[in-house]
Design a protein around this ligand. Structure first.
Ligand code: M6R
Length: 366
């Protein structure tokens, strides 16, 4: 059942090219110029009437929602807030009939996410669910459902569900942009082309899993480390940090690179590993200066950057290159080495990779 892989997690990491292809599926028209989200019944008028969007989820799905926020804001220019469900439901969120609420849940059964969905509906909002389980509670109660076709996810640590959720956000963002006219046809076509290249690019990254394994064996010796990034790299850094904590039990923190000097830099000492995500090239100069700050204090910096980025390569101790894509879509690639890193670090520490201590796959209690 593990199809020759040692663990479900590794199998699921390798299933991502297929999960991307299946989630994109027939949601792009034959000309390759438009997204067709038939399952979203929102009319153009209803889309025009959206004043703001709330994305609500837990854990890894919340991290997908952080990327979703930047994707929708950039593509559709609608203000988006992303919340963890257990906070959202108790903070008396300001929900109006012009608020679109998007709940994200692999299982579709997470108690807090379901409660947030119900609260949103009670306040008159329209709710879209992004879920991996057809017929789940969340899918039954939402107004619209975008199914992520990742297939069953068995490992407690979510991998292919997260990346399929990113694909769902790209499709939804493009769908909103097409209706609102916030992006021109060329931009939409080029983004769709780049989206369709992602599965093959993930395959290329997976060919270099051995490089990540070697680095993971080094960090398995450490007790603390940091992830830094700017923009959507910061959102992915938070997911990378959660994945590592969850299965390797190594303490890590994800920081917006520009925030380090507001306190956290005090923790940087000789030899501490810092993983810098640097795919957002419009922010490169700033990220490089943050890398210099940690290096000057003795950090060992491992960067993940787009192929051919010499500026990063010369500023760090080790660089892992991922294939080039547009900035918007980079999260769907840069997270892959982070998943592998967590997997191999957990393995090096002799942990039960698929069933980490204290955790359950589906959290149906509040
Ligand atoms: O089924 P859900 O997507 O609603 O689950 C949400 C979280 O419990 C889940 O993503 C959790 O954080 C994962 N174990 C992380 O790998």
């Amino acid at each position: 059942e593990k199809a020759g892989f040692d663990h479900f997690m590794l199998k699921e990491i390798h299933e991502q090219p297929k999960a991307y292809r299946d989630t994109i599926g027939s949601r792009i028209d034959g000309s390759g110029e438009r997204v067709v989200l038939g399952e979203v019944k929102l009319t153009p008028q209803q889309i025009w009437d959206i004043h703001n969007i709330h994305i609500v989820a837990c854990g890894t799905a919340y991290h997908a929602g952080l990327v979703g926020k930047s994707v929708i804001e950039q593509l559709a220019r609608i203000p988006v807030e992303t919340d963890v469900a257990s906070e959202y439901r108790y903070r008396a969120p300001i929900i109006t009939p012009n608020t679109l609420v998007i709940v994200v849940s692999q299982s579709g059964e997470t108690a807090d996410t379901l409660a947030a969905l119900r609260e949103a509906k009670r306040c008159g909002a329209r709710v879209i669910a992004i879920t991996n389980v057809v017929g789940s509670s969340v899918s039954r109660e939402a107004d619209d459902v975008i199914v992520t076709w990742a297939g069953p996810e068995i490992a407690v640590a979510s991998t292919k569900a997260y990346t399929s959720q990113l694909i769902a956000f790209y499709l939804l963002g493009l769908h909103l942009a097409q209706t609102l006219g916030t992006q021109d046809a060329t931009y939409i076509r080029e983004t769709i082309e780049a989206l369709q290249k992602l599965p093959e690019q993930v395959e290329q990254i997976l060919l270099h899993a051995e490089d990540i394994k070697q680095y993971a064996e080094q960090i398995a010796e450490h007790d603390d480390l940091f992830f830094i990034g700017r923009g959507s790299d910061y959102a992915v850094a938070q997911e990378g940090s959660l994945k590592l904590k969850e299965i390797s039990y190594i303490h890590s923190e994800a920081y917006a690179a520009g925030e380090l000097k507001h306190g956290t830099l005090a923790l940087i000492e000789e030899g501490i590993p810092v993983i810098a995500l640097a795919t957002q090239e419009h922010l490169l100069e700033k990220t490089v200066s943050n890398i210099k700050e940690v290096k000057a204090r003795g950090a060992q910096v491992f960067a993940i950057a787009l192929e051919g980025n010499h500026e990063i390569a010369k500023s760090v101790d080790l660089v892992f290159e991922i294939p080039r894509t547009v900035a918007l879509l980079a999260p769907a690639l840069v997270v892959i080495p982070l998943q592998l890193l967590a997997y191999y670090a957990s393995l090096a520490r002799g942990n039960d990779v698929d069933k980490p201590r204290n955790l359950a796959k589906s959290v149906t209690v509040e």
